[in-house]
Design a protein around this ligand. Structure first.
Ligand code: CS2
Length: 439
């Protein structure tokens, strides 16, 4: 039997405490993968449990029908399995109402964005989903293609304007440096090229707050689904597995109403930058280093790599001596304590977080995770042994027979193969645009 709104659940599973049938959808979320379901959807479910109303989520996948097939037959319901050394906890999330697939029904997506009840359009489309060229500008050809978020946003906003509705908040929840500002700039480039009559309305009516989003969410496996089935007594195809830790820091700059996420643990602040920079350079920087160095040493999982006495000191140094000094901490932000907490989170043996999952899309991740730190030290005449080891491990990975999942895979492999790999990857006109140049 499949999980649905009719399924009786064990009393140990926390269920939504609000009437799901009566909630309007206030949020359209583009890129409804495991991360969103374990993070923003949980905060939103919590906010409705705490009394907020009409923040149902309409999820959307740009291309793949997988999540729609998992959730729509379950009335949008799914469970979150939280795993720590102490054990696991299961909770039912009710915030998601349905999932649309843009490739199948583009008009339904535009209508959802244009609905009067929608106030927020949020995104987890991964780094490559923003369709940037290596110099950071919008790839205008890709942005009119079928997998472009910009097309849908522009069409939805045009319909809002035509109907005399207010704008929306566009909330990027991806691991980009300055994610809100990047989204705003790219959206403007799109409008200037393809819908210039909407530019001024967009500027006046829509905001793009920056966010720092953090929760480790490994890809769900068949074994995870079987475990949860044994606990629930029914099959949940949409289950997501995650850690107990969760953090969300949001720039308080919304175009209209929003859930009171601050009631349920999110931090609404004036400036997200110190948190976001620390997260990208320390957590994600260490993660990517663990991925390439760990795979090179024959490990498969994050907790195995961080337990390796040859790797752990490198990661420790990367966070404390290389990344942390580059961060202009906010008052009360303790970077040493942050590094301690990250080492514990990486060591969580209950989360089977695969290194190969983190290794994907290196070309899109490495600039904000490693190269900004390297550039900061370079101008001060300092070197970064751990990050240099990480770069060497990335090149070794590109030369190995591991499958390379990256939009630039073919070019990266070719560039990495020769003796001038560093130059072809990071030099002037190289594949990876950055302020940092190899010595
Ligand atoms: C990871 C992130 O896959 C990756 O690249 O570094 O997904 C990481 O687990 C999250 O950003 C944690 O918040």
């Amino acid at each position: 039997m499949r999980l649905s709104a009719q399924t009786p659940l064990p009393a140990s599973v926390q269920a939504p405490g609000y009437d799901r049938e009566r909630q309007a959808a206030g949020i359209v979320h583009i890129g409804i993968g495991a991360f969103h379901r374990a993070h923003q959807a949980v905060y939103t479910d919590d906010a409705m449990n705490a009394g907020d109303r009409d923040w149902g989520i309409i999820g959307m996948s740009l291309r793949s029908g997988d999540v729609a097939a998992q959730l729509n037959l379950q009335d949008g319901l799914y469970t979150v399995s939280t795993r720590s050394a102490a054990g696991s906890e299961l909770r039912l999330i009710g915030a998601v109402q349905k999932v649309l697939v843009a490739a199948d029904d583009p008009q339904a997506v535009i209508d959802a964005i244009a609905a009067p009840t929608t106030h927020i359009v949020s995104f987890t489309v991964t780094e490559k989903g923003y369709l940037r060229r290596p110099d950071g500008s919008l790839d205008l050809a890709a942005a009119v293609g079928s997998a472009s978020l910009y097309r849908f946003i522009a069409a939805g906003l045009a319909a809002r304007k035509a109907a005399g509705l207010r704008g929306v908040t566009l909330l990027s929840c991806d691991n980009l440096a300055g994610n809100g500002a990047v989204l705003r700039r790219l959206m403007r480039e799109y409008l200037a090229a393809y819908q210039p009559d909407l530019s001024a309305w967009f500027d006046g009516e829509c905001t793009c707050p920056a966010t720092m989003i953090d929760r480790i969410v490994p890809a769900t496996t068949e074994a995870d689904r079987a475990d949860v089935e044994a606990m629930l007594g029914v099959r949940d195809e949409g289950v997501v597995v995650t850690e107990a830790f969760s953090q969300w820091v949001i720039e308080d700059n919304f175009a209209g109403p929003r859930p009171r996420w601050e009631m349920v643990g999110a931090e609404l602040v004036a400036d997200v930058a110190p948190y976001e920079t620390a997260k990208l350079r320390m957590l994600n920087g260490a993660h990517s280093a663990l991925a390439y160095i760990g795979l090179g040493s024959g490990h498969a999982l994050v907790h195995q790599a961080i337990a390796d006495p040859a790797i752990r000191p490198l990661i420790d140094r990367l966070m404390r001596e290389e990344a942390a000094p580059t961060i202009d901490a906010a008052p009360g932000q303790d970077l040493a304590a942050y590094a301690d907490a990250l080492l514990d989170r990486f060591a969580n043996p209950a989360l089977h977080h695969r290194l190969i999952q983190i290794a994907m899309d290196g070309s899109q991740k490495i600039p904000q995770r490693w190269l900004e730190t390297l550039a900061w030290h370079r101008v001060r005449g300092q070197c970064c042994p751990s990050l240099e080891a990480a770069i060497a491990a990335w090149i070794a990975f590109l030369r190995s027979d591991h499958p390379i999942d990256d939009p630039l895979a073919g070019k990266l492999r070719e560039a990495a193969a020769g003796p001038d790999a560093m130059e072809r990857l990071f030099g002037d006109g190289g594949l990876i645009a950055s302020e940092w140049r190899p010595a």
